[in-house]
Design a protein around this ligand. Structure first.
Ligand code: AMP
Length: 192
């Protein structure tokens, strides 16, 4: 079972991805975390991408896609990945399908957390005090939300066409969202 979790910044996708990973014994592959680690470790890539991330734009498809192959190709994670924050563009979605096909895998379900811009602004400001992420300011939150809306629309259509998309109400409380997602995953597990 490979799962994609998808949603605007502040939708709670990281929290939900962690919960799903623990509950269903999956590996949480967060491209945002991988990229932040590059910055933290002061790698060459990190120095190239820090201004892009801090301005709320997306890193190039090539950069992100090159980071994920090592996980998709590994037997340790075969059929066991929850993709958190990837794919974010149509190109990335197509690239992921190609990669999964290469390693004889598939996407089982795509969970989309839907949340309003008002909620996103509120949550990001709360998170800023807890995590001190450089890209968590109101102005950048709005920018990231707009970037998400623009780039993710074709991705959503792509997964709608293949009947993999499930929309989850991200406005609900954490445990309510947990339960809704668990039911959806249990249902598809029954079909696999
Ligand atoms: P996240 O932690 O998922 O909110 O990601 C934080 C930031 O990392 C995003 O605003 C982007 O700048 C960058 N990022 C993360 N995942 C991707 C991706 N799949 N494609 C492009 N940029 C990404």
């Amino acid at each position: 079972m490979n799962i994609i979790i998808f949603g605007p910044p502040g939708a709670g996708k990281g929290t939900q991805a962690k919960f799903i990973a623990n509950k269903f014994n999956l590996y949480q592959l967060s491209t945002g975390d991988l990229l932040r680690n590059e910055i933290k470790n002061k790698t060459e890539l990190g120095s190239k991408i820090s201004s892009i991330i801090n301005s709320g734009e997306l890193v190039s498809d090539k950069t992100v896609s090159s980071l994920i192959e090592k996980f998709v190709s590994s037997d340790n994670y075969k059929h066991k990945i929850i993709f958190d924050g990837y794919p974010r563009t149509l190109n990335q979605a197509k690239n992921l399908d190609e990669l999964l096909e290469k390693y004889k895998q598939k996407v089982s379900i795509v969970l989309k957390l839907s949340v309003s811009l008002e909620t996103v602004k509120k949550r990001i400001l709360e998170r800023k005090t807890l995590e001190k992420r450089a890209d968590d300011s109101e102005e950048i939150a709005i920018k990231r939300y707009k970037t998400y809306e623009k780039s993710s629309e074709p991705v959503i259509d792509y997964y709608k066409q293949s009947n993999l998309l499930k929309v989850v109400n991200g406005e609900a409380g954490i445990s309510e969202i947990n339960s809704e997602i668990s039911v959806l995953i249990d249902t598809i597990k029954g079909w696999l």
